[in-house]
Design a protein around this ligand. Sequence first.
Ligand SMILES: [Zn+2]
Length: 142
Amino acid sequence: MVTQARPQIPLVDYLELGDHPHLVASECTNCHARFFDRRNACGKCGELNFTKVDVPTEGILRSFTIVSFAAPGISVPFVAAIVSCEGTTVSANLVNVTPDPASIDLGMPVHLTTFSIGLDSAGTEAIGFGFEPTATAPSTKE
Ligand SMILES: [Zn+2]
């Protein structure tokens, strides 16, 4: 009997799994605005045509908020973030970080990470994504 890897599905269509998980944006062929969900037309210029582009997995934290109240079943606090991946804006949670302002710096380097969200009854694993701080040289500030 052959052992197979557990089947996985991404939580969102724009998360590409595999050896190097990354996000895939739809880029407007006219103005190059990027979107992560399905669009009938560009929200910026109205163009109808898009191309798929891979988004860099490295980014910079541009904004965040610490969410301390959520629907039942969602554990809080968590960090909702806006990340700039070489100019492409991504909203995602900041993970593997203490949800405390003292642990989070605007402008800090972060990178995409994926994690298991759960299994369905057929054994298919749902995979979500977030960004986590990128290890950097120790700071010299006191
Ligand atoms: Zn456009």
